[in-house]
Design a protein around this ligand. Structure first.
Ligand SMILES: [Zn+2]
Length: 174
């Protein structure tokens, strides 16, 4: 069975986004003027430097959402982290939408992911920031990796690409 997937690499991390998560992104694209920003957390099956994003959560009823802003409900986020950890999935970053064709992070977005990286006591080398714009994937997706190595977060951006892979075959090595 052939299934579309989205893959990209950031630094040494090879990221695959499963179709369930892609469906969540697609359902929340801000194609109309009245649609508000949506977002949530990314949970992945982590095997060394191969991260398979299995689930993208949100938006939740208790988030605060504007056309150009998104404030997630923190207690809900914490609950999601516990629930997914019990399933063997690690929190690997955040996603949200922007009402622009090819999205770019705002300074608030960079501050926010920087704080997540700084506060983290996680074993992972960093976190992902994904922003879903209006263009179809992969053009409409921003992906950056924010390393826990330094004082400030460094972002690596590589254009994601869509590919058709055998769903049953093991993860392709880049
Ligand atoms: Zn943003």
């Amino acid at each position: 069975m052939i299934e579309p997937q989205l893959t990209f690499s950031v630094g040494r991390i090879a990221v695959q986004v499963a179709k369930e998560a892609l469906a969540t992104f697609a359902a929340n694209r801000q194609l109309r003027f009245y649609q508000r920003e949506a977002g949530g957390q990314l949970f992945a099956r982590v095997r060394g430097n191969d991260w398979e994003i299995v689930t993208a959560t949100g938006p939740r009823s208790r988030d605060r959402r504007g056309r150009f802003s998104f404030w997630p409900h923190r207690a809900s986020e914490q609950k999601e982290i516990f629930e997914h950890h019990a399933l063997g999935l690690d929190y690997v970053g955040d996603w949200h939408t922007h009402p622009e064709d090819a999205p770019k992070p705002s300074s608030d977005d960079l501050t926010s992911i920087g704080e997540i990286v700084r506060r983290s006591t996680h074993h992972l080398p960093g976190f992902l920031l994904l922003i879903v714009g209006r263009k179809p994937l992969p053009e409409g997706l921003w992906a950056s990796f924010h390393s826990t190595g330094g004082k400030s977060s460094s972002a690596v951006f590589n254009p994601p690409r869509c590919s058709d892979v055998e769903a049953t075959s093991p993860a392709q090595k880049v």
